[in-house]
Design a protein around this ligand. Structure first.
Ligand code: F0G
Length: 451
């Protein structure tokens, strides 16, 4: 059967409302064309992020009621611990309030001036936490990772030759750890092969460099391995997940993605000294190690979410639904990062808005156009986000991130229809000019006017 069905039925519904075009026009003016400033209630389909926006299952909600809110040693912590241990094999498991808290703790312990941290592509918060510590963040993804139309099955892979060259250039003592992000969010949600994880880990270990995963989307990555890597087809996703973690000396996880929760994070470690330092930092800034900035009920939701996410019926629907959106856009001649990623589709706005130069922010123009036309919120990943100080970004993208278990297939069909209609009138999309901007991370608060 070709029809994609949601492998769940709906017990609770949340109304969404379609505003009129005139209302959206007015709202866009009020927020100076910055979609971060639109109220969520004025968005029909919100594809701003897949982070913390998922729907929980009835089992997770049942767990919430069981939450033990004791300060120390809550039973909810032990359920969380057992679930993460079962999934990853790690024994040192620190809960945090979200992914960037795990990153901050890790890099405040191992980072610092003079240090260099390689990754396939650092996510913004990872890079920011590394740089905040005084260290340097370096991206070493394979060249195919930068080619929008390359159909390499594992475009998130790290280039082993680039890693060797970096080690030779800066020296082992300046590299406190090497990271790989699965899937590679900054590179289009592309997966990393198990073979590549193993090869990079072997290079690291030859040089006694600890190897870490940024494992926010570990289950989606493992599903791609099962589908695309030779010899993996008959394995369970859970066993592939376990292999990925077995190869790592540590991991940071934002559970707001594949933890299937609205808030939460994890820091996994093996080295005893590192565990002691990280735990002290956790106590200082997040909370006691049996809750780490979360409520007991959050730990219950996490314990359950980490089990549900490796369900292959769920993952089949999840990955197929994203792929379906990508296929429909490609079939209509719309350029996207290929092949479709796990959690999001990235539209190539340079080609969509080929009448707009980078200085007029084609990604923002498309994103604004999509909201104006159909009430859909997306996010620009291009010169607004990365192009400060007069430079433009190498790619002008618009990300459509799909929240987990939230929208149905007819919502996806609506998104397809809206983008196809917009594409037919794409030369009517207007460029933008910045009228006010903050010194850093400007995309959150920048103001525009339309040209
Ligand atoms: N690492 C990756 C690969 C991420 O995608 C994110 C968050 C983080 C770390 C940080 O996790 O938000 O829990 O602190 N990505 C979200 C996104 C925000 O929209 O892609 P966090």
């Amino acid at each position: 059967m070709k029809t994609i069905i949601e492998p769940f039925r709906i017990k609770v519904v949340e109304p969404i409302k379609l505003t009129t075009r005139a209302q959206r026009e007015e709202l866009l003016r009020q927020v100076a064309f910055n979609l971060f400033a639109i109220r969520a209630e004025d968005v029909l389909i919100d594809l701003l992020t897949d982070s913390g926006t998922g729907a929980m299952s009835s089992q997770q909600w049942a767990g919430m009621m069981r939450g033990d809110e004791s300060y120390a040693g809550a039973i909810s912590f032990y359920r969380f611990y057992d679930s993460v241990h079962h999934l990853t094999g790690f024994t040192h498991i620190l809960p945090t309030h979200q992914g960037r808290a795990s990153e901050r703790i890790l890099f405040s312990v191992v980072g610092g001036p003079g240090k260099v941290i390689p990754n396939n592509n650092h996510f913004d918060t990872t890079r920011a936490n590394i740089e905040h510590s005084g260290a340097e963040a370096v991206d070493l993804v394979i060249e195919e990772g930068y080619q929008i139309r390359s159909n390499h099955p594992f475009k998130g892979n790290m280039d082993p030759a680039k890693l060797q060259a970096l080690i030779e250039r800066v020296g082992v003592e300046r590299i406190p750890l090497c990271m790989i992000t699965v899937t590679n969010n900054s590179g289009g949600g592309q997966p990393v092969s198990l073979q590549n994880i193993r090869e990079i880990r072997n290079i690291c270990h030859q040089h006694k460099i600890p190897f870490f995963l940024d494992a926010c989307r570990f289950a989606e990555n493992a599903f791609f391995i099962k589908k695309r890597e030779p010899g993996m087809q008959d394995r369970t996703v859970a066993s592939i997940v376990r292999d990925m973690f077995d190869l790592a000396d540590g991991a940071t996880i934002s559970a707001k993605k594949d933890g299937l929760v609205n808030i939460g994070g994890v820091l996994l470690l093996r080295d005893e000294q590192l565990v002691r330092d990280a735990r002290n930092n956790l106590i200082l800034t997040e909370g006691f190690p049996t809750y780490g900035g979360l409520a007991g009920r959050d730990l219950e939701a996490l314990a359950q979410g980490f089990q549900e996410v490796v369900d292959e019926g769920y993952l089949t629907y999840r990955i197929r639904s994203t792929e379906y959106l990508g296929e429909k856009l490609l079939a209509a001649g719309i350029s996207i990062i290929e092949p479709p990623g796990g959690h999001a589709i990235y539209i190539d706005a340079k080609s969509f808005c080929d009448h707009l130069p980078a200085e007029q922010f084609p990604g923002q123009a498309l994103s604004v156009g999509l909201y104006r036309h159909a009430g859909i919120r997306s996010v620009e990943i291009g010169s607004v986000m990365f192009g400060q100080n007069g430079k433009s970004a190498p790619m002008e993208l618009v990300r459509l991130a799909i929240p987990r278990r939230v929208y149905t297939q007819s919502h996806i069909d609506y998104v397809v229809e809206a983008i196809l209609e917009l594409h037919q009138h794409r030369h009517e999309l207007r460029g933008l000019r910045i009228i006010e901007e903050p010194p850093q991370l400007r995309h959150f608060t920048v103001k525009f006017e339309e040209l």
